[in-house]
Write a protein that binds this ligand. Structure first.
Ligand SMILES: *[C@@H]1O[C@H](CO)[C@@H](O)[C@H](O)[C@H]1NC(C)=O
Ligand SMILES: *[C@@H]1O[C@H](CO)[C@@H](O)[C@H](O)[C@H]1NC(C)=O
Length: 373
């Protein structure tokens, strides 16, 4: 079913390029192209509590966090990096935290290194979706350090960020994180704060703590979904290979009567924000009903899409798709439960990760090995 609907989608794109009038909220038409202008975000104003907290808390640089790795990934015989697993610490198997999103310093800046560091950033949701964290992984030594994402709700306080964090995109000094029903939250990597040791999150007496995490990253703004139909923000990724940078966002679904759309918005490289009008409204430049079941990640680069899909406990797949052509399934490309994707144009690397407890890896693949039709 999955493969059949993908063929169908690709064929339709080839034959019917027009999209005007197609209902953006549904995908049950033979023409799968949608009008990007129907997909609308409104940028919400910056949270002033970040600036006031910045006067209270100790700021550190991204490179400081990379240099302060307190755990280490190990490479297995298949070349995959697995999270640390020891007698008293187990990111590889814990059910408490589940990795979801991946981006890297190659997304952050054109040159690919950030404050001299070459590394990944990975998002995790807590099992109850009431908190999210990110991990800085230094590629030079595979050491890593988690930091807690926080929402500054008062001028002198912050709390946990209750998001699933299904995808992340590092762009400039900001970290974009999908918020499933609401849009995209933007966290400020120019304001990473060091806090004291303690179990609570936020201000406790004269100290600030973060559930044992040493560093917190505050939400500075968000992009509110503002169309009159719903969209499921499951994952996102940056495309730096186009003249105008874009962010693609997509939908995970298990029911093929529902829309499974991929939508691209243009980014303004000079401001690090979405391209918007004077009312801070950002309309997408491209939208498409991909209708691929269980999409877990998608990234575009050099005119091609890479789309990961999960298959329960079986190996994950990777579709190679050039819009206008058939999508090609690279069957079993990933271990079970693949998630978000990101691309590093320096050496055509495709970065992915898997979420299953006991099968949790970062996977660094040669994108030139992916097959397209
Ligand atoms: C798509 O589904 C809606 C109901 O959700 C229905 O009203 C509409 O006629 C369908 N369109 C096509 C082309 O099947
Ligand atoms: C952070 O980096 C800047 C330069 O980018 C440097 O001036 C500053 O000292 C660094 N701060 C810390 C805390 O390392």
């Amino acid at each position: 079913m999955k493969f059949a609907s993908t063929l169908f989608a690709a064929a339709a794109a080839l034959l019917v390029p027009g999209s005007l009038g197609a209902d953006p909220s549904k995908c049950n038409t033979s023409n799968k192209v949608r009008d990007g202008a129907d997909f609308v975000f409104v940028e919400q104003k910056d949270n002033p509590n970040v600036a006031s907290l910045a006067k209270i808390l100790k700021r550190v640089n991204v490179s400081d966090v990379f240099d302060d790795g307190n755990h280490k990934m190990t490479k297995d015989s298949a070349g995959r990096l697995r999270w640390e697993a020891t007698a008293d610490f187990n990111d590889f198997k814990t059910k408490k935290w589940i990795p979801q999103g991946i981006s890297s310093t190659a997304d952050a800046v054109e040159g690919g290194t950030y404050e001299g560091k070459d590394g990944w950033i990975v998002s995790w949701h807590r099992d109850d979706d009431k908190s999210a964290r990110v991990t800085f992984v230094d590629k030079s030594n595979n050491k890593y350090r988690h930091a807690l994402l926080v929402y500054p709700h008062a001028k002198d306080n912050f709390r946990e960020a209750p998001i699933h964090a299904g995808g992340v995109m590092w762009y400039g000094d900001k970290l974009w994180v999908v918020d499933t029903k609401n849009g995209i939250r933007v966290f400020d990597l120019a304001n990473i704060w060091q806090v004291s040791t303690g179990d609570a999150v936020g201000k406790s007496g004269s100290k600030y703590t973060a559930a044992g995490y040493k560093y917190v990253i505050p939400q500075i703004r968000w992009y509110k979904w503002s169309s009159d139909f719903s969209f499921r923000f499951s994952f996102l990724a940056l495309d730096r290979t186009e003249k105008e940078h874009t962010v693609v966002v997509g939908e995970y679904q298990t029911d093929d009567s529902l829309p499974m759309r991929l939508v691209k918005w243009a980014l303004d490289e000079s401001t690090g924000r979405l391209k918007m009008d004077s009312k801070k409204t950002a309309k997408a430049k491209w939208a498409y009903c991909a209708q691929i079941l269980q999409m877990q990640g998608a990234v575009s680069a050099n005119g091609k899409f890479y789309i990961s899909t999960s298959n329960g406990n079986k190996k994950g797949d990777l579709f190679g798709w050039v819009p206008g052509k058939y999508a090609k399934n690279n069957v079993g490309f990933y271990p079970p439960h693949p998630e978000d994707l990101s691309f590093d144009k320096r050496k055509n690397r495709l970065y992915g990760l898997t979420e299953g407890a006991g099968e949790r890896y970062i996977i660094n693949s040669d994108a030139t090995k992916v097959k397209f039709s």
